[in-house]
Design a protein around this ligand. Sequence first.
Ligand SMILES: [Zn+2]
Length: 308
Amino acid sequence: MRLKRHKDYKRYMNMYCQTFHFRKPYQVLVDGDFIQAALDQRMDLRTMIPTVLCDASKQMVTPCTMALLKSRGDEGSGAFLVSKRFEKRRCKHQEAVDEALCISEIISTSNPHNYVVATQSKKLRVQLAQVPGVPLLYINRANMILEPPSDASLSAGKKIESDKTHASNKELNTLKAVKVTALGKVSVDPKLIKKIDQKKEIKKQKMEIKKAKIMKKRMGPKEPNPLSVKKKKKTLATPPSKATSATTTTTTNQSTNAPTIENKKRPANSNDAATEGSAPEKKKRKRRKSKSASSATAAGTTGGSESS
Ligand SMILES: [Zn+2]
């Protein structure tokens, strides 16, 4: 049973060394109750902790823990003497605070200095189990126990391992660009890497364009119904032709504009035609004047002109 436990502890510590980069000798933060429990069980911490951790260790105490042991008076005098032999680990507290708070502040959220924490407080152990990479020690009767790695530690370890084992995208690209000659020489083409990167970029751009097109199609046509647009054109085209009949660019009133089109064609060919073309324009102006002068009679004259 003992041998099995020893093997387990060795495995745990190996895990901490490999994934969280723990170094030997291990740094062990010890709290007051832990020292007291060891004294009660006549346990020498300087020999017991290294045997449990399966390697050399350095015991450390914070000033807050020492202050707590000192405050206990005669009851804590033995533990206080033991703590004096340990290395002091400075904390930022000017006045002593609760040692659990002090230790948890040192460990913080990631245990940057890779401490092993030896504490009898179950509450603190549960709290520190949330932080990945914190080995926890406690004394149960005559046994010192190293807690198995917490779920947080295991999941963090798995992630780190997967990052180590799986190749990154950059590495995959270089692997694609590796060339092995018949003689067994291995060479990497930087040009090939560039090409692969460029191809990927082009693919990305194409995908983006496709996406944009799909989005446009989904949005639907913003223009109105084409049939309705045609009707509007007709209504818009007719009024200016009536108003500016003198210019006569449109072909709405076939009977009145027929001579004007002829006028336009003719001047390019001959000067005589131009003189002929100018004549009907004058006539038209006269007709207008007649329209304004007398409506009834003018209507008759215009009708006659249109027919002729
Ligand atoms: Zn402190």
